[in-house]
Write a protein that binds this ligand. Structure first.
Ligand code: CTP
Ligand code: MG
Length: 234
């Protein structure tokens, strides 16, 4: 099979609250998005990488020069992550076929490596349900409830056993992912691609990822990402 990467990079980074979208912040010497793109470009297994940005993005041309081989920018980003991924997939009608495998990866995960890409591809194998990188949950998980004064209480402890935290890339056949996202009920409730595939009754494979593949969400995450980027062994 052929393997492709699709990077949603059309978010605004509200929680980062920086001066512009977080995917363009400099992390470990280059724009965050560039780290993820370079991991796919460095992987011999990946045929081509597509980056989905918002139609009015004014920064992408300086981050990804148009002559960079193996990469194409699609200016079809939407209001939610799910919309951005779905618009990107639809833009590739006739370019990708049903059985091509698509790895969807957050532009905000700069710690991805070619080794993790290879681990995902190897771990999913020919499973038609696809799969994703994820980490077993290490924290004790609480279900919160509102207190009368407006604060929150811990109403219950959710057994951690069997809980995994999703990472990306998440890999599915082009046909399955297009069907799953196209029929998902609520774009705001879909925060990853696997959840849409699960709604069709499939059980994607969980492949253990790595802490270095964290999603940069809050300002403090930048320092953590830089620590991992400085040390390829971690
Ligand atoms: N994303 C996207 N289109 C959107 C929203 C998000 O392509 N409408 C992308 C982001 O650019 C990011 C990935 O989806 O690479 C994961 O989303 P998230 O971490 O939530 O990024 P933001 O939505 O930008 O951040 P926030 O939720 O804090 O605003
Ligand atoms: Mg978001």
């Amino acid at each position: 099979p052929r393997y492709f990467a699709l990077l949603p990079a059309a978010g605004v980074g509200a929680r980062m609250a920086a001066n512009g979208p977080k995917q363009y912040l400099t992390v470990g010497g280059k724009p965050m998005l560039r780290h993820a793109v370079d991991a796919f470009r460095a992987s011999a297994l990946v045929t081509h990488t597509y980056v989905v940005v918002s139609p009015d993005d004014g920064v992408i041309d300086s981050v990804l020069p148009s002559n960079l081989d193996g990469v194409t920018v699609l200016r079809v980003g939407g209001a939610t992550r799910m919309d951005s991924v779905l618009n990107g997939l639809r833009a590739l009608t006739g370019v990708l076929d049903q059985y091509d495998l698509v790895m969807v990866h957050d532009a905000a995960r700069p710690g991805l490596t070619p080794a993790l890409i290879a681990k995902l591809i190897d771990g999913v194998g020919d499973d038609p349900a696809g799969g994703l990188l994820a980490m077993p949950v290490v924290d004790t998980i609480k279900r919160s409830a509102p207190a009368t004064d407006g604060s929150r209480t811990s109403a219950a402890t959710v057994p951690r056993d069997g809980l995994w935290a999703a990472q990306t890339p998440q890999m599915f056949s082009y046909g399955l992912l297009l069907r799953a996202l196209g029929s998902a009920p609520d774009a705001n409730a879909i925060t990853d691609d696997a959840s849409a595939v699960e709604m069709l009754g499939h059980a994607p494979r969980l492949i253990e990822g790595h802490p270095r593949n964290l999603k940069v969400t809050l300002p403090a995450d930048i320092r953590i990402a830089e620590m991992y980027l400085a040390n390829k062994e971690d």
